[in-house]
Design a protein around this ligand. Sequence first.
Ligand code: SF4
Length: 226
Amino acid sequence: MPRVIVDGCEVEVVPGSNVLAALRKLGLDVPALCYLPGCTPNTACMACVVRLLDPDRIVPSCATRAEDGMRVASETAEIRELRRTALELMLSDHAGARYGAPGPDGRRPVLCDCGAGEVCRLRKYAELYGADPERYRGAQREIAPGGRYHHPEISYEPARCILCGLCVQLARQAGEPLGLTFVGRGFDVLVDVPFNESLEQALRTAGRRCAGACPTGALKLRRAPL
Ligand code: SF4
């Protein structure tokens, strides 16, 4: 079994594991927003970076295979700053993301109107890492007009999507005939339904799974009617 040394602590992982698995086995809560076991790492968020020592380089831990004897720096000031920057870049165009008033401890909560609450891992890690939603603030994405993304079980709001691609992969794995795809270029790239079809057509069976994997409130389960 490969043994990896993370911040001076040795840990064994199953052969074929990634470095992220070693971090998690040591109990480190790393913001790997675009990674899900069973999906191909697409390194879209870069929030799980670590520094490999020898050879010395910064890598995404989700897409780096754990090798025997590998030495890794994870919870250093440098790496936490890089992760904070990655989170701030994701928040920079995120519709509705902003600071709230400081609490009794002086910390400012990150607020968003998506309604996902604690389910939103972007917000959770933004707070854990002290990410400033306004540091790189540019144009925020616009909330889509209602109707285009109707689905009986889930709701979808592209303006809160961080383009992690998990829903695209999960829909493909589920054998959805239509599924989801990336469309557009540059700032206007979004995850959308091909051929202007409805979300209900795109996700006939995989909707709940996609919503469960979404790291933000972009795809989420509809609330049961009261
Ligand atoms: Fe990822 Fe959610 Fe966007 Fe899909 S909708 S790409 S799961 S953030």
